[in-house]
Design a protein around this ligand. Structure first.
Ligand SMILES: Cc1cc2nc3c(=O)[nH]c(=O)nc-3n(C[C@H](O)[C@H](O)[C@H](O)COP(=O)(O)OP(=O)(O)OC[C@H]3O[C@@H](n4cnc5c(N)ncnc54)[C@H](O)[C@@H]3O)c2cc1C
Length: 458
């Protein structure tokens, strides 16, 4: 794809230069020498001289043309890359759908063949039993026939299994034949996995442009950053965080003059193309949150990652309970919205979200909308330290009793808890993390006998 588009462009870049060269050679050949090699030699030298003495404006024009064509070639390459990725994702999706259908059809046919063989074998057996009952003298012939019928049934079954195996291999080969070339092109275009061009590179800082700032409440904003490649997405598993530092290494430094680096969790889906959203709470003395708050649209921030936090799998547990506090809600939002959007996922969720006052509840309108849209999968519980007079939700910190009150009645022991909040909340709910390790489960969840298999601390 890239190559076929690049060739005409390369030719058109070369054309002005060739034309100039041709004019120069023609002038040199006008000498009319009778000895052909000598004439060609003279013509060549004169042509070269013509090219060398080509006037400046012609050269400048050629150079401008070359630059323009180079820019166009670059644009075309960018478009080609986007096109490759788009086509690859579409081909992959189509292929998967057709392969799924082919596999279902083959398995269906095999099951029918086996069922039929079994039915026929049982019928033959029954008939023979009846015949033997009626005429015991036919017993040995009958047994013999019965065995043969069973052997035929077994052979039919084995053949059906073999046919299914071969059909499955053929399906896999077909998939590779369809998607293989795209995969190669995708690799060549610098793409990373599952139909996504990764805007984030694991060990390299990348600058993304701030597109817009949407004030959320008195101390929190939603920031939209754009990727240099509009077809790229943040990528990475759900739930993932990423690291942030200032683009100008001296613009946000700690007391020792070293760049401040902080983790944040995008609230946009990992596969969202072109842009991502961060929700950041701005602390009056906070170094990075203040730096971000002072960025103007058009300026950039440096990102690295993603850092996988919890590789969420649909239906891994029947019921998830997310316990969050303040801006610790962002990983919960990423994970729960991802889960609710997966058509095959049946996991149910309870969100227990603690805040100081009602206006501190981040993404409240989105949570309420999600709970309305998925009444059988999401329940949202808010608790406030300083509730207003008319507050109808829970009050105070999230305690053992409050957790017990909202545990599912049928499968409380299979629940998986996720905790992300300020240090005090970790201590009270599940015990602190042990550096990068999860640490022992203490606090309310420890008292309720939940262990590390049932609790994840973000
Ligand atoms: C995995 C992970 C993901 C995160 N995702 C997000 C996110 O999506 N959005 C977001 O806003 N934050 C998020 N955070 C927190 C974020 O990384 C920073 O810690 C936060 O923005 C404060 O950094 P700062 O440099 O502004 O403040 P700092 O300079 O580190 O702190 C200065 C002062 O600010 C106050 N302060 C800072 N952090 C807190 C706090 N958590 N609670 C109370 N007081 C505090 C304290 O008084 C502190 O002394 C995440 C943290 C982790 C570990």
């Amino acid at each position: 794809m890239l190559r076929t588009r690049a060739i005409p462009l390369a030719k058109s870049i070369a054309r002005p230069v060739q034309q100039t060269q041709r004019r120069g050679y023609a002038a040199g050949g006008a000498g009319g020498a009778s000895n052909l090699p000598l004439a060609l030699g003279i013509a060549g030298i004169a042509g070269l001289a013509g090219y060398v003495y080509m006037d400046r404006s012609t050269r400048a024009a050629a150079s401008a043309n070359a630059n323009e064509y180079a820019d166009r070639a670059k644009d075309a390459a960018g478009q080609a890359k986007g096109y490759v990725n788009e086509r690859a994702s579409a081909a992959s999706a189509n292929t998967n759908e057709y392969l799924g259908r082919a596999r279902d059809a083959v398995e269906d046919a095999a099951a029918k063949a086996k069922g039929y063989a079994n039915e026929r074998t049982s019928a033959a057996s029954a008939n023979l039993n009846e015949a033997i009952d009626r005429d015991p003298s036919a017993s040995s012939t009958g047994e013999d026939l019965k065995n043969k019928a069973q052997a035929v049934g077994a052979a039919v079954s084995a053949n059906a299994n073999e046919a299914v195996g071969e059909a499955k291999n053929a399906v896999t080969d077909a998939k590779n034949a369809v998607t293989g070339p795209f995969d190669q092109e995708r690799k060549a275009a610098g793409e990373a996995g599952a139909g996504i061009v990764a805007a984030l590179v694991k060990n390299k800082w990348a600058d993304f442009k701030l597109e817009k700032v949407e004030p959320y409440n008195h101390n929190t904003n939603i920031y939209t950053f754009s990727f240099p490649d509009p077809n790229a997405a943040a990528g990475g598993v759900t739930a993932s965080a990423l690291l942030v530092k200032s683009s100008d290494s001296q613009a946000c430094v700690d007391d020792k003059g070293k760049p401040v680096i902080r983790p944040y969790t995008p609230i946009s889906p990992q596969d969202q193309k072109g842009t991502m959203q961060l929700m950041v709470k701005v602390y009056p003395e906070g170094k990075m949150s203040q730096h971000i708050a002072h960025l103007k649209p058009g300026e950039t921030l440096s990102f690295k990652g993603p850092i996988a936090k919890y590789p969420y799998k649909p239906n891994e547990f029947p019921h998830g309970v997310a316990i969050g506090g303040g801006s610790g809600i962002t990983p919960m939002y990423q994970m729960i919205t991802h889960s609710l959007n997966l058509p095959e996922d049946k996991t149910k969720w309870t969100l227990m979200f603690a805040n100081v006052t009602e206006k501190d509840i981040l993404l409240r309108e989105r949570w309420d909308k999600l709970a309305k849209e998925h009444p059988d999968r999401l329940q949202v519980v808010y608790s406030l330290d300083k509730p207003g007079y008319f507050w109808k939700g829970e009050k105070g910190y999230i305690t053992k009793d409050m957790i017990q009150k909202y545990l599912p009645k049928d499968n409380a022991k299979d629940v998986k808890f996720f905790v992300c909040g300020p240090p005090g909340q970790y201590a009270a709910v599940c015990g602190p993390k042990d550096g990068m390790k999860q640490g022992e489960i203490k606090g309310a969840l420890g008292e309720l006998q939940y262990d590390n298999d049932h609790v994840f601390k973000f």
